[in-house]
Structure formats: C-alpha cells, structure tokens
Design a protein around this ligand. Structure first.
Ligand code: ZN
Length: 226
C-alpha cells in the first residue's frame, strides 16, 4: 500500500510540475506577444510618420509654386487691386511654407526617435531570451510528460499486482482522508500526519513492525528505521 501511495504521490507531483511549466510558458508567451505588439505599433507609426513627411514635402512644393506664380504675375497686372491680391497670394504661400517646414521638422524629429526605439537592442535581446526560455520549458515539459507516462504505467502494473483487498482498502482510505493515507511515525513518537503523541504501547507495536491507524487522524502509521 505504501508503494501504491508513494507512486501516486509522485504522479501528483509530476502533474503539478507540468501544470507549473505550462503556467510559466503562458506567462512568457503573453510577455512575448506584448513586446511584439509594441514593435508592431512602432513599425506602423514609423510608416505613418514617413507618409506624413512625404505629404508635407509635397505641400511645401505646392506652396512654393504658388509663390512663384504670384511673383511671375506681379509685373503683368495693371490694376492696383490685382497687384494687392497677388501680394496677398504670395504672402499666403510663404506663410504656408513656414508652417509646413515647422511641422516637417517636428515630424523628422519624431521619426528619428521612433527609429532609435526600433533599433533598441534591449527589446530584441529580451525577445531572444524569452524564446530561449520557451524552448527550455518545452524540453522540460516533454521530459515531465514522459516521466508521467512511465509512472502511470508502473502504477497500473502495481495495481494489477496488488491484492484486491489491499487495493480496496487503499481506495477507501484515500476517499476518506486524501493522500497520504500512510505515514511514518516521526522521531518524537508522534503521528507524522497530525502530530499526535502516540501511546507508548502503540508505539512499541509500531517499532515491532505493525501498521496501525492513528487514534487521532486515522491514517495508517508505521515505523521507519532512521
Ligand atoms: Zn495522526
């Protein structure tokens, strides 16, 4: 029964390890997605800013044309009103160039800073580290699964080789108390599960090799030579 229990405890332990490994992998995957998302947003913003810079350059060109046209027409007009209108047109064009150039300068600064962030080795390195850890975890998981499979196979074999009476008793105790159903008495002569001090008569029987239920918690206790 002790062997059944120890094997089952080992199975539970490996299952817990697998669960923990899966949780760790999940956390890393989330972290990876977050970093990749950030990098994607950065790429998109860089494209956006580049597009805006092109628009601004086109805009500046158009305004320059406007100024040039006005300048070319100035000597051709006869009326003072037309002349004034052309001067206003020229001034508007020049104004527009100043504004666009100002914006353009800001956009170019933003682009530079975005491109610097994109080149940031920190994030790239972090991604590589995560990838490495994920491969590690995958390897550990596959080992744990293999171990679990072996343990479950051994458990089946052990179950088949266990007397029906013992197996039923094991199930009954497990149902009633949970694992462990069997535990050694500790060096203070107390139950290894609940810590109750055992009567000396009972303790002597344990030392003599008997397996007896703890009067307090009901687990089967046995003596184990240190
Ligand atoms: Zn006990």
């Amino acid at each position: 029964m002790l062997q059944l229990q120890n094997l089952e405890l080992e199975i539970l332990r490996v299952k817990k390890v697998i669960k923990r490994l899966q949780e760790q992998a999940q956390t890393l995957l989330r972290e990876k997605e977050e970093i990749e998302g950030k990098r994607q947003t950065l790429r998109e913003r860089i494209e956006e800013v580049k597009e805006k810079i092109k628009e601004h350059l086109r805009g500046i060109e158009e305004c320059k044309q406007r100024v040039k046209r006005a300048e070319e027409n100035l000597p051709l007009v006869k009326k003072a009103e037309e002349y004034k209108a052309l001067l206003r047109e020229k001034a508007k064009g020049e104004d527009c160039i100043i504004k666009l150039k100002d914006n353009l300068r800001k956009l170019e600064e933003e682009l530079k800073s975005l491109e610097n962030s994109q080149k940031d080795r920190g994030l790239i390195k972090k991604l590589e580290e995560i990838q490495e850890e994920l491969s590690d975890l995958e390897y550990s998981q596959s080992k744990a699964y293999k171990k679990l499979e072996e343990l479950e196979k051994s458990f089946e074999i052990m179950k088949e080789n266990t007397e029906q009476k013992v197996w039923q008793e094991y199930l009954r105790l497990k149902e009633r108390y949970g694992l462990p159903v069997m535990i050694s008495v500790d060096t203070f002569g107390t139950c290894g599960n609940c810590g109750t001090k055992l009567p000396s008569a009972l303790y002597s029987r344990l030392v003599g090799g008997e397996v007896i239920p703890c009067p307090s918690c009901g687990r089967l206790i046995y003596y184990e030579e240190a």
